[in-house]
Write a protein that binds this ligand. Structure first.
Ligand code: FES
Ligand SMILES: [Fe+2]
Length: 352
């Protein structure tokens, strides 16, 4: 059962940072998947990601300098290009030859798409296409060069499993998300019934219409529909659209280590659809996500004592699906076969 740590899934694309957090000619050091990663943006505006260890004496390259083309280590000044290959060793004299192509700090496949920087963490040095996920997930309705209008990240002191359970947990809202502006009353739980079906690398709540009387939905136009999908490596994509506008929300969990996780929340909106002023919306998103974060901080106190945990039907069925989809991903990798989704269509019922 899930405790403080979770095994990290490899061979997948992870959200590494919002694109706007790395300016031209700048570097952003991070720990992701337990590895030291140095993200940068070169003079041409292209992003790249290096393993943040100098192959000479191991010092993190983040302490060095980046001139928009090469990263220079702070210790002996070796320079590395954006592919992680050494291109200069200042101590060499003319007669001293060294094969630069063999000196590498290592680089990751890194893509900027829809305003997010994604990094691929291979299992055994394979390319993303060989690993079974050639490209990062794409948000529907929006082109590749459209960045989110809103975005936040909070560090969660929990494993990816507990962070993922939070994403797909339909029954905690009445107890955890209890602000004045999002009032859910735990004494008035209502029966819910939702239909689910398997989808690429996970499952989705079958597309359905939303109540036309809701004011926020009315702003999107007529015939407002929604679809929510959950997929590896811990993405929840919620799409709501009417005949005039569309909104897509992404919650992404990115492992920092086996027991620490970054939780991102982004929204893409069609132009002109501004339901709130941005700072207010950003504030409310932070309040909401912080309520989830505070729960996992408290949960951590309990998990220290390695209690036995439970998953119940149907409230936690999606948490079970998460574990099954994860197991299948690892099984497919170890047997070198394609991922075969183990889920079947199901209707889930609960009170919330
Ligand atoms: S440790 Fe990086 S150049 Fe020596
Ligand atoms: Fe929540």
């Amino acid at each position: 059962m899930q405790g403080l740590k979770a095994e990290l899934l490899r061979g997948l694309w992870y959200v590494a940072a919002p694109g706007k957090s790395v300016r031209r000619g700048k570097m952003l050091p991070k720990t992701l998947m337990g590895e030291p990663v140095l993200i940068g943006r070169d003079n041409d505006g292209k992003v790249f990601a290096l393993r943040d260890n100098c192959p000479h004496r191991g010092i993190p390259l983040r302490y060095g300098k980046f001139d928009g083309e090469t990263v220079q280590c702070c210790y002996h000044g070796w320079k590395f290009d954006r592919t992680g290959t050494c291109v200069e060793v200042p101590s060499l004299r003319e007669e001293q030859k060294i094969e630069f192509g063999r000196i590498k700090c290592g680089a990751y496949d890194c893509i900027e798409q829809q305003g997010l920087i994604w990094i691929y963490f291979p299992k055994d040095g394979e390319t993303p296409a060989e690993g079974g996920q050639p490209e990062p997930a794409r948000m529907p309705h929006f082109a590749d060069d459209v960045a989110p209008t809103l975005g936040i990240m909070l560090p969660f002191p929990c494993s990816t499993d507990h962070a993922a359970f939070g994403l797909m947990d339909p029954t905690h809202a009445a107890f955890v998300h209890t602000s004045w502006w999002f009032k859910k009353d735990a004494t008035k739980l209502r029966p819910k019934e939702k239909h689910f079906e398997p989808s690429e690398l996970g499952w989705r709540m079958v597309r359905h219409k939303l109540p036309p009387q809701n004011l926020v939905y009315k702003l999107l136009g007529k015939d407002v529909e929604t679809e929510i999908s959950y997929k590896l490596p811990g993405l929840r994509i919620e799409e709501v659209h009417g005949d005039k506008h569309a909104v897509v929300g992404l919650t992404a969990i990115t492992p920092v280590t086996e027991e620490d996780t970054e939780v991102y929340q982004f929204f893409w909106t069609t132009p002109g659809w501004v339901p709130f002023v941005r700072p207010l919306a950003q504030h409310l998103m932070t309040v909401f996500l912080d309520q989830d974060r505070r729960v996992v901080v408290q949960q951590r106190e309990g998990l220290m004592h390695q209690p036995r945990l439970m998953l119940i039907n149907d409230a936690d069925t999606q948490a079970r699906w998460w574990m099954r989809v994860k197991d299948e991903w690892k099984g497919a990798q170890s047997e070198s076969r394609p991922f075969a989704n183990p889920l079947v269509p199901r209707t889930l019922r609960w009170r919330s």
